[in-house]
Design a protein around this ligand. Sequence first.
Ligand code: SF4
Length: 250
Amino acid sequence: MTRPRTPAGRAREARRRLAECYPGSARELCELSFDTPFQLLAATVLSAQTTDQRVNSVTPELFARYPTPGDLARADPDELEGIIHSTGFFRAKARSLTGLGAQLDARFAGEVPVALEDLVTLPGVGRKTANVIRSVAFGLPGLAVDTHVARLTKLLGLTDSTDPVKIEADVCALVPSRYWGSFGMTLILHGRRVCVARRPRCADCVLGDFCPSSSVPTRASEAAKSAAQKSAPTAPRRRPSGRGDVRADA
Ligand code: SF4
């Protein structure tokens, strides 16, 4: 296979290969446990600065105790904080959750809105969370740019930006909208399992033969290196000095 050399080509090949490694829809690939959009929204708010496994360990009790947005809006702060304590930042997250419940009740009749513009007006919900809800809960186009997506898309040369909004725009321009959600999820899984932040495991990566950041030399990169070495100007050889040498300044 020829190596894709453009951002569009790399995006196409990365999406295709990652879909083979991590098959399924955005919903199937999401590692948070939930049944309804409201539950996913609450779980996603809790997932900040912690693992999905940690969130999944508290949400069964959370969802059973507060089954509707109205129940969450009326939650006793101490009780709610106690349930979500192990996810970290529990005071701020409890405030977001009660605010979220209240806003959903007051402005959206207790339903999670579908429009990105509405989702981002909710407490604790930024563009990333809004795109998770759209793609995972509703099956709509949405690329959630988290730390993994930001890192991998830069390493793969799909964007040169560090701004999540610009990254989203750059990557969405390269991938058909029906894949935005699942592509984002596969990037997250690949970032957790293979292209880990501190030491990417390039030797085990299915994208290694065309990733511009791979640490594993490819045949093409080796050939380019050896061509560069051959064409580099060689340093003039010094004449050996000996007894017979006549120095001009002697
Ligand atoms: S080749 Fe290396 S840097 Fe590139 S995506 Fe794979 S693990 Fe990350």
